[in-house]
Design a protein around this ligand. Structure first.
Ligand SMILES: N[C@@H](CCC[C@H](N)C(=O)O)C(=O)O
Length: 291
């Protein structure tokens, strides 16, 4: 028996990023890739990311979180999912601040008022081997990568950032003018990204406002990707094109992102929405398709 059969779940969204939260604090094995894929099927609870909450492994933390994409792969960070999961733990615990261990490190969350939640996503990483990239680039503010005809590229020179996950950001004038469903998978799986990458189109509207659309590694087109919003804000500020605090508009809503000058951490603030609660049918996992 795997981890998810008969397991209660909560379906939520973070500005349209489809999130399923599973509370495994009573103990359960790690979720196998085929189980994660079966859980995301139409007979399960279709999601972009599944957030699995395990008992704390480090004293002083509120739990250990593992994050799964709907293709069964594991993600390091998920900003929208963190807000959703934290909102549930805030409700049950009455606490004002929470600390979770994730693959991307220790993340703190707190209530920001007006139904908003802030997640401290930690510091961004910029070195080529931290993104990671397959070859050395000394300056990751714009790397040599393009798609389309060699003399007339459709997209080119992305900034790359690791924000718990690998991100590539292409600067454009209109995020809706590109077929991201076509270019996204090509770029996500480009050999320059040995661990694949999240692909974002970003339009800088002003020094305080950016509009983005993201093709997510392991999940495809989503209405919102919180870590992409963080990565984009950081990349734009690094190029001195924006302030360190910006409003980011995504297809599903808005986030406020602040790259702190004092400790280098990136703070993401936004809402969450509860949709429904359910229980995973064990038969779903009997029929789990082979990878
Ligand atoms: N939607 C998430 C990011 C999801 C992780 C990503 N697909 C990956 O595997 O890198 C967010 O809100 O940050």
């Amino acid at each position: 028996m795997g981890a998810l059969a008969n397991q209660p779940f909560v379906k939520m969204n973070g500005i349209g990023n489809e999130i399923v939260v599973v509370d495994l604090r009573k103990g359960a094995p790690a979720i196998a890739p085929e189980e994660a894929r079966a859980a995301a099927s139409p007979q399960g609870a279709p999601y972009d990311q599944l957030m699995a909450l395990y008992p704390p492994r480090i004293a002083g933390t509120d739990g250990f979180i593992r994050i799964y994409n709907n293709d069964g792969s594991e993600a390091g960070a998920c900003g929208n999912g963190m807000r959703c999961l934290a909102s549930l733990v805030f409700n049950e615990s009455g606490k004002d601040a929470l600390t979770f261990e994730t693959k991307a490190g220790i993340l703190n969350c707190w209530k920001a008022g007006d139904g908003l939640y802030t997640v401290d996503m930690g510091p961004p990483r910029f070195k080529w081997n931290e993104i990671p990239l397959a070859e050395e680039f000394r300056d990751t503010r714009a790397i040599e990568l393009q798609i389309g005809p060699i003399d007339k590229p459709v997209l080119h020179s992305p900034a790359v950032v690791n924000m718990g996950n690998p991100h590539a950001i292409f600067w454009v004038d209109d995020v809706n003018a590109y077929d991201l469903a076509k270019f996204g998978p090509l770029l996500e799986n480009h050999p320059i990204f040995p661990e694949r990458a999240n692909i974002t189109l970003a339009h800088i509207v002003s020094r305080e406002h950016i509009v983005i659309r993201t093709w997510e590694r392991g999940a495809g087109l989503t209405k919102a990707c919180g870590s992409a919003a963080c990565a984009t804000a950081v990349a734009a500020a690094r190029l001195k094109r924006t302030e360190r605090k910006v409003r980011v508009t995504l297809p599903g809503g808005e986030l406020t992102i602040e790259w702190r000058a004092d400790n280098d951490h990136v703070l993401m603030t936004g809402p969450v929405e509860f949709e429904f609660a359910g229980t995973f049918d064990p038969q779903l996992f009997d029929k789990a398709p082979a990878p």
